[in-house]
Design a protein. Structure first.
Length: 566
């Protein structure tokens, strides 16, 4: 019995069952459920002739479903076998028939998963973690902007590259198959250091770093570094650091000689821009620091043979304006009038500007030259220029390396070698205009110039008093009365009021008493202190004696007359 094509249930000779065996034309099924024909585990299907058929190309053993020959593989519930070689075979496809297709493709040593129409997304726990589009692979993003785009979201760490190689790992960059750069451990990238060191290697070109789409630094293939500028071409045995086309540092190493240079507006021994170019260099051969600058302000001017600004040699000797370091400080200039300046920029009136000279040897002198403001503690410096010593040593003056004069610690001035002291003029012995005085250490003494000639004012023999040099000569009168108004006294100087006091009891007069009678022989200095020109008291004393002698003579005559009358 069966349902025919019209849906009527009735008997059929094509399908019979005798209670034990079910027969359908060539197919017989017994109660042992064993088919007498077909392939073991083969899946039955209608072939091209619409005949129910089984075969080894499609098998199912109750657990594993296999496409192709060769049986199951690795316990996978679904396996498709393809030929060992040949074109790729689409082993699995899911499609909606219009705008989306998912393929699993197999080929020798290759398996691929692809979407022939749209993007391929990978999800974890229902959340997309990665997407492959026609642009590239996006991790953490569904819209990759490059072949690989990574978006870590709120997580700062974007990726980790790890290698268990003893030398660490690295990433290599290629251009058209040619190696260009390597980034990773220094051992892998540059074959230096170890797995704990980081290295960046550019195989043939330069390494460039920038900000704001602008190059800021370049390390060229020779190891020269430019900041804001392309470094100059390589110079033999030198490495350069060039900054903004205006400054450079260089290191030289050849034949055991090392040199380090700082260049201003210059590099590789030449000026870069207009204006002066300079070089500061130290080398291990001489141990000297040398500053040089170009004589010309023309761009490209060579520093070879340039002007030496300053040299500090290995012994600490400093030369300015010359390369000669013969002395501890050697300063040379071709312009003037001043060769050096010492300036104290502190405007306080209590500040000094002093250069101190000291010697390490025991007992040596300490001297100084300098100035001071009006309120300095040492009054001798107040608005004065001072040359002096701090010790008891004398202040000595030399010419032609020979001592000519000295001031000792007590303030005494002495002269040697036949010199002269010239007041109000410094042009030589016995100079000056009318009225000036000089003191010579030769046989002359103290001279005054008058009318182009020099006249002895005071010597061991006396003062100049030639009648031919005098006019308006008048004899003194009333000398005895005036001399009697002047006291001769003993006294002692008040030491704290004397810059160089005499010691002990003195003999003299009182200047104010002399001034009241003869003001012309008293001198008052700028501090109001009065001095007496003692030598000029001789003339009043002569006239006083003469007046006194006239009185005596008159008394003698009067006495003689009285005796005659008696």
């Amino acid at each position: 019995m069966q349902f025919n094509n019209s849906g009527v249930f009735g008997a059929s000779s094509g399908l019979t069952f005798d209670g034990t065996t079910l027969t359908a034309n060539a197919l017989t099924v017994t109660n042992a459920t064993t088919l007498s024909a077909g392939t073991a585990n083969g899946v039955a299907y209608l072939n091209g002739s619409k005949v129910l058929t089984t075969g080894s190309a499609l098998t199912f053993d109750g657990t594993n479903f296999v496409l192709g020959t060769g049986g199951t593989s690795g316990g996978f519930p679904f396996t498709q076998r393809v030929a060992a070689s040949g074109s790729p075979v689409s082993a699995f496809r899911i499609t909606n028939g219009s705008d989306s297709t998912f393929d699993v493709t197999l080929q020798t040593s290759l398996a691929s998963i692809g979407n022939g129409i749209g993007s391929l997304a990978f999800l974890q726990a229902g959340t997309e973690g990665m997407r492959l589009t026609s642009t590239g692979l996006g991790i953490g993003t569904s819209s990759p902007g490059a072949k690989l785009s990574v978006d870590s979201g709120a997580t700062g760490l974007m990726s980790i590259f790890n290698s268990t190689d003893a030398n660490g790992g690295y990433i290599a960059g290629r251009s058209s198959g040619t190696a260009v750069w390597d980034i990773g451990t220094a051992k892998q990238a540059l074959n230096v250091g170890g797995a704990a060191d980081f290295g960046i290697n550019v195989r043939n070109g330069f390494l460039s770093l920038g900000t704001g789409n602008t190059e800021r630094m370049r390390l060229d293939a020779s190891g020269n570094l430019g900041l804001g500028v392309t470094p100059q071409s390589a110079v033999a045995n030198n490495k350069w650091l060039e900054i903004n086309g205006a400054t450079a540092l260089s290191a030289y190493n050849a034949g055991g000689v090392y040199a380090y240079s700082l260049w201003g507006n210059a590099v590789a021994g030449k000026g870069i821009n207009g204006g002066k170019a300079s070089e500061f260099t130290w080398d291990s051969n001489s141990g000297a620091f040398v500053w040089r600058q170009t004589a010309s302000s023309t761009a490209g001017a060579s520093l070879s043979g340039s002007v030496s600004v300053m040299t500090l040699d290995a012994s600490g000797n400093l030369a300015v304006g010359t390369t000669s370091t013969t002395y501890r400080l050697n300063v040379v200039t071709s312009s003037g009038p001043y060769i050096a300046s010492f300036y104290n920029s502190n405007s306080s009136t209590s500040q000094y500007n002093v250069v101190l000279f000291q010697q390490a040897a025991s007992g040596s002198a300490t001297g100084y030259i300098g100035t001071g403001g009006s309120a300095v503690s040492n009054a001798s410096f107040a608005n004065n220029f001072v040359v002096g010593t701090q010790t008891s040593s004398a202040l000595v003056f030399n010419t032609a390396d020979t001592e000519r004069a000295r001031i000792d610690s007590s303030g005494n001035l002495s002269m040697t070698g036949g010199g002269a002291v010239n007041f109000n003029n410094n042009t030589g012995a016995r100079p000056g205009s009318s009225g000036q005085y000089i003191v010579t250490a030769d046989a002359g003494g103290f001279y005054q110039q008058a009318g182009g000639s020099y006249y002895l004012v005071t010597t061991t023999g006396g003062n100049t008093s030639d009648a031919t040099l005098k006019k308006n000569v008048q004899q003194l009168s009333g000398a005895l009365e005036k001399i009697c108004a002047i006291r001769g006294v003993n006294f002692e100087f008040i030491e704290e009021q004397m810059s160089t006091p005499d010691n002990g009891v003195q003999v003299g007069v009182i200047a104010q008493e002399v001034e009241a009678q003869y003001p012309e022989i008293v001198v008052t200095n700028e501090d109001g202190i009065k001095s007496v020109r003692y030598e000029k008291l001789v003339a009043p004393l002569i006239e006083a004696i003469k007046e006194q002698q006239a009185i005596i003579e008159q008394l003698k005559a009067d006495v003689a007359a009285l005796k005659g009358a008696a």
